[in-house]
Write a protein that binds this ligand. Structure first.
Ligand code: GLY
Ligand code: MN
Ligand code: MN
Length: 436
């Protein structure tokens, strides 16, 4: 992505702040155990504003009357450390690469930021992130309470994450291109899984095929832990142990998406382990698919997620009545929220740098976010009927189905970014035969 995109975002952030100092920290390396660490993944808000993928860094925003300044703090060059963990950009190269007003060593953070905080009223940082850099910045404010060299210091703390996440709601062309790339890789992986799955295979073996395909194409890996849920495991929404055997006659639900250039994809497909749907599986699958297509069709500028949720609940309720899973009258069942037994989750969520992109679903007054071109969300209706559910028709027990696509809101309606991943019964059965 062009460097200037990040600079534009920083400018926009400064416009949305009041006078004060804002701090956005890079992600920390996370310990896995003892002295080994998880693979590093940059914090989404920091990345959105910088495009920088090193740890031990921070952006600082200063706004004071007409003054607007952006400072970047990076870890300094250190030959001994670089021998072990790789080349660091360092302060001098960062000055050349980033269009910011100043670059400093992260080691100078306290000294530099303390001066910036003097005679300011507001400090913006991520209020709900426990990164030690934020605690340190608050400590700097505390120290200034008794510092005679300034008359005032920040006593009003505001959430900078909320501003950045608001900016992240409408995606730019470059961001959509990265989601498309992530989806192209994800598509290949899902088709590969459909072709490879067979009775007797372990769920984790299929998971490994996803990771292989993702990494082979330069994706970071998965955007969230892959779910490979054979049979009744599909009724555990976040089943990630993936340690059972796939069985003939059962379905397997796979929820997996690659992360490419830090952008997520999020796709669920449910298909027969042996390659052919049984009659009961097909009935349930086609009902969920019909609802998914209708929800996608309803997406356009002006609609809200609440409206989509209500609509999908109604359509699923009608579908379950048709199949004899629920009994009664639609309005009464809706009133009683009867669908929740079989469709307990949301119809979708924002997608972007995070799989559950933390962009606002409502404005400051509590009014729903109204869809506009450039927003990206998932549509993922599901029906989950546990094997021990005595109320549901016997033929449906032990079946869990979810169908999930990633949708871009456009001027005229929407575009299914994941179009082309086998989804109808015929397409899936063909993909299971290796035919796509
Ligand atoms: N993969 C998580 C979700 O579908 O929300
Ligand atoms: Mn999802
Ligand atoms: Mn998903």
């Amino acid at each position: 992505m062009k460097e200037s995109n990040y600079a534009k975002r920083r400018k926009k952030l400064l416009q949305q702040m009041s006078d004060g100092v804002g701090v956005v920290a890079a992600a920390r390396l996370q310990t896995r155990s003892n002295d080994t660490e998880y693979p590093y993944r940059q914090a989404s808000n920091f990345y959105y504003l910088s495009g920088f993928t090193e740890d031990n860094a921070a952006l600082v925003f200063v706004r004071r009357k007409k003054e607007r300044r952006v400072l970047l703090f990076v870890q300094p060059k250190n030959e001994a450390m670089e021998l072990w963990t790789g080349v660091r950009l360092g302060v001098e190269a960062a000055k050349a690469r980033f269009d910011v007003d100043e670059v400093h060593s992260i080691e100078a953070f306290d000294t530099v930021v303390k001066e910036l905080l003097k005679d300011q009223d507001n400090l913006y940082y991520d209020l709900f992130d426990d990164d030690p850099l934020y605690a340190r910045t608050r400590e700097l404010c505390r120290g200034l309470l008794h510092d005679r060299s300034c008359k005032r210091s920040p006593r009003t703390f505001a959430d900078i994450a909320q501003i950045v996440q608001g900016m992240r709601l409408v995606k730019e062309q470059e961001e959509i291109a990265l989601i498309r790339k992530a989806l192209a890789i994800t598509k290949e992986a899902h088709h590969r899984a459909m072709a490879l799955a067979e009775p007797g295979m372990m769920e984790y073996a299929l998971q490994a095929e996803f990771e292989y395909t993702f990494k082979k194409h330069g994706a970071y890996s998965d955007a969230y832990t892959t779910i490979v849920a054979g049979g009744n495991h599909a009724n555990t929404l976040h089943y990630i142990s993936n340690d059972d055997t796939l069985k003939a006659g059962e379905l397997v639900l796979i929820d997996a998406g690659s992360e490419y250039g830090l952008y997520a994809s999020d796709i669920t497909r449910t298909f027969p382990v042996g390659g052919s749907f049984t009659k009961a599986q097909r009935e349930l699958y086609e009902m969920v698919l019909e609802v998914q297509l209708k929800v996608i069709d309803a997406i356009r500028p002006g609609i809200t997620k609440t409206a989509l949720q209500e609509q999908s609940e109604r359509w699923l309720t009608e579908g379950m009545l048709r199949l004899g899973i629920l009994k009664g009258e639609v309005d009464a069942l809706m009133e009683a929220k009867a669908h929740k037994r079989y469709f307990p989750h949301g119809i979708g969520h924002w997608l972007g740098l995070d799989v559950h992109d933390p962009c606002p679903y409502a404005d400051g007054k509590g009014d729903d976010t109204v869809f506009a071109p450039g927003m990206v969300l998932t549509v993922e209706p599901g029906i989950y009927i546990r094997a021990d559910d005595k109320k549901a028709p016997k033929k449906y027990r032990g079946i869990g189905i979810r169908i999930e696509d990633d949708i871009l809101v456009t001027k005229k309606g929407c575009e299914n970014l994941s179009l082309g991943i086998a989804k109808t019964v015929e397409e899936i059965e063909a993909a299971c035969r290796g035919g796509v």
